[in-house]
Each structure stands twice: as C-alpha cells, then as structure tokens.
Ligand binder design. Sequence first.
Ligand SMILES: *Cc1c(COP(=O)(O)O)cnc(C)c1O
Length: 364
Amino acid sequence: MGGAEQQYVKEAFDTNWIAPVGPHITAFEQKLSEISLNYNIAALSSGTAAIHLALILLDINHGDDVICSSFTFSASVNPIKYLGANPILIDSEADSWNMCPELLEVAIKEGISANKKPKAIIMVHLYGMPAKMDQIMHIANSYDISVIEDAAEALGSTYNNQPLGTFGDLGIYSFNGNKIITTSGGGALVCEDKEMIEKARFLATQARDKAPHYEHSVIGYNYRISNVSAAIGLGQLEVLDKRVMQKRKINEYYKKELSSIKEISFLEENEGSFSNYWLTTILLDESSTIDREQLRLHLEKDNIEARPLWKPMYLQPIFKDCKSYINGVSENLFKSGLCLPSGTNLTEQELERIVKKIKELYEA
Ligand SMILES: *Cc1c(COP(=O)(O)O)cnc(C)c1O
C-alpha cells in the first residue's frame, strides 16, 4: 500500500458507502480516465469480468471464432469459452514475447478463406511489455476486426507514448492483488466510446431496466467493483508512477548485476516501448548447461521464489483442442524462462542476496 488508501477507505466507511455504488467508484474511474487519454472507464470486480463484458459488447456469440494470444494467463482466454465461442491461439514473436503479427495475419486469412472470419482479437501485453501495436492495429483495421487489449499486467506502460489499453476498440486492466497496483480484487474496462462504457456499467449491475420495480430485458452480471475497493484504488493510483519507477529500477539492477552471465538474457524494450516491468523475466540460453528447473530449485532451496513463465495456452489440457498457430517461441520461453522476485517491497539486501545466489550457480 502507498499510504493514502486507509484514509480513502475510512472516508467510505464514515459516509457508509459500502456497496457496488458510491462516490469513490466515480472518483476512481475519473482518475483512471485521466491516465488513459480521458477515455471512458467502467470499474469492475476483476480483469476477467472486464474481458467477458468486452466480448459481450462486441456481440461475440456461441460458435464465433475469437483470436487470442497463446502466451498468457488463462484469464485472457476463459471468457471466450464462457460465451461458447472458439479461441484461436496465436504464438509469440521473439522480441516482445507478445502476439506475433505475422501469425495473426495468417490466422485471419485462413479464417476468411474458410468463410469464418474471426470476430475479435484479444491481444495481451505480457509482463507489462508492449506488443507491436502499430503492426497489430494495422492488420486488425485492414481486415476490420475489433481488438480487445488485455493490459491486465501493463498499467503504466506505453507504446509511442500512448498508454496501453487505449489502442484497441476496448482495453482492460486488472487490480488483482498481484498486479502493479491493486484494489485487493478489481478490474476496469476502457473505451473511447461513452455509450459502450455506459452499457458495460448497465450489464455489470444486473442489467436493470429503467422502472420503479425490477425489470430485465437482457441477461445481466454482478461485475461492478465495490466502493470500498475503489477507495483502495484511489490511494493506489497516487503511487502508480512510483511503482513503475521501482519496478524499472529492480529490472535495471538485475540486468546490470547479471550481465556477466552470458547464458542469461532479458526481455528488452523495443523502439517506442516503455514497460512498467511488472515482473523481471529472464531467458536461459539454449546452449546453457544449467536448465530453468535447476536454477529455480537452486533459488528455492534458499527460500527465494522464482516462477516459470506462463505456460502457453495451446499446451494447456483445457485448450489443447483449440485451433492454434505455433512457431515454437512461447514453448521455448516456458521451457527456459523464469520470473525473478520483483516485488517493490524488496530491500537492497534481498536483491543482493538473490543475485549472489544466481551467480553462485554459474560460477561454481
Ligand atoms: C491477472 C490477469 C488477468 C485477469 O485479471 P483478474 O483481475 O485477476 O481477473 C487477465 N489477463 C492477464 C494477462 C492477467 O495477468
């Protein structure tokens, strides 16, 4: 927590706004909007809920094809299944680790020639690293396909100085406990179009029609954020810039201290990219004599938790039958990549200890 959260939560209690409605939600949406090109925002109960609503707003129905990044957390893909639609999974490119624009175009072309044009694209900015937005938007626009930007891990990142989440037709953020800022649990939908966001708020609050009694003409959801969570979010937004700076400093530290180990490389920013470096990730060289599990277990023995990178969705039992476009990039990332401890509460001594442990293995 940054400091002001408790004050905002106290305000919520003092004014008795303990509900999925209240002044802190409005203020949180306003503040988020200010850092998102003044686009419209619907604050929701989770990032997953935001993706689900984004697909509903784009009129995704049973049997539709929806393209999605394969190298991601399952929450990017699950909402496609909630709607009975078919995920089409696209592998990563080597330099950003995000959706490969070439494979994306192949998938679209094949869909069109099979008379089944994909209805939407969910593309992810993993670990806070921007995807190649100019290429992806160019492709999406030239085939007239809507884009949902999953920026759950990428609040505070930019591409050509534009905030991630504002490139696509719709963007989503997550404020889950593990993200760069948190409301304990929460998310948001971002859209330039005010009507879309008003519709999202309507759907997120059980789709209640205007009437003195309870009247419903469409299916609704209980997806609004609570006013108490939004109060936490207000405090967290005040420290977002600081968090990004801290994350970038942690990344810089690892990069500098581990530069002598030739078998280890880092995920680097491309031209125009500015990453929040939510997590610092490393990739072990194919020729490395030490594999990912050896390094992970070596750290674990000393009570240092490092985690494998996301396991690609096309390799997950639940999505193995989905159509996928694969080039081997994410399979290798999963096999040889690791997330290093990246919490902004890490002390200098702790960082030193982690780096020392890693070096120990390579210098032995
Ligand atoms: C965390 C995350 C989500 C889901 O957000 P929740 O708020 O946890 O529902 C979606 N996509 C990615 C890439 C994430 O990391």
